[in-house]
Design a protein around this ligand. Sequence first.
Ligand code: SAM
Length: 347
Amino acid sequence: MVDIADRTLVADAFGRPLRNLRLSVTDRCNLRCQYCMPEEEYVWLPREDLLTFEEIHELVGIFSELGVEKVRLTGGEPLLRKDLPTLVSMLADSPRITDLAMTTNGILLSEQARALYEAGLHRVTISLDTLRPERFKRLTRRDAHVKVLTGIQAVRRVGFTGLKLDTVVIRGTNEDELVDLIEYGKRIEAEVRFIEYMDVGGATQWSIDKVVSRAEILARLEYHYGEILPIREISSAPAERFLLPDGTVFGIIASTTTPFCSSCDRSRLTADGMWYLCLYAPRGTDLRTPLRAGASRDELRAIITSTWQRRYDRGAEQRKELRGRGVLVQLEGLKEDPHLEMHTRGG
Ligand code: SAM
């Protein structure tokens, strides 16, 4: 442990810092993407278990004293959480949080972008897997493509900069749209990031042949644009960034074929206060129970510190080492423990 001013920085068993917290504010979603939530109905977290904004604020405050400086609101669909701008303004008040971002599917953005901006949200990442409305409908089972596009416009209009678009690339679904998405990104001044299809909980239709690898994504783009150069940067961010000949920057998040566990400083807090040290971890640490039982700040800090110091997780690397890699958790297992779902854990 290292004391820096008013912070005590904690490292895990491999020396990785506790720096990055993904905060799932709800397990509900208004889409049913085939790679994440292919079922219509789910076992939802009980309402009374959801952390209040005050509880979230309290926990994030402790995390930030231990080194967390990047917080990302996610879900489920974070914009389904009532009064989200109120939570944003509570978190934005902390000088220790230098990056307060949100990942959203964009459907409700045109209604909420201004309030989120005014509340102090720094950045927005929007998930956009296709530019084709019919394809969007097939992929998500909702007819909402136009709402996503108007949400993207709203984000730009109210003044957000640093917009990112995340695309999960799936063979047979959208691998023919890589160039179109880059061109769209150029037009709206957003950085496009291609995500390899991951075998996370919830991806019950996953198979290795549907993964379009980082190498293939690069080859497809090089075929169209010519030579692509990697951007050398020291960062724990999941996306590797690349440069097209015309100067356009894009990213690839290659968690499936090129995991980045060795620099992973990310952990996840679910809407009901379970803390996960890895997207693939079978179990988490319950922070809600001690919080609601009246644990002091020091006691909570001690739980978080000792849990992080024992962190050996390198889930994506272990998945890659498997022979005959298949679905992580079958539907029955997900029904028994919804915390295994990506949409509960916070993607
Ligand atoms: N609802 C929000 C959204 O759509 O951005 C936030 C939650 S969503 C679970 C966060 C991200 O996880 C999205 O970009 C989504 O595409 C990604 N995701 C979900 N399942 C995935 C999978 N099987 N492989 C790769 N990325 C996945």
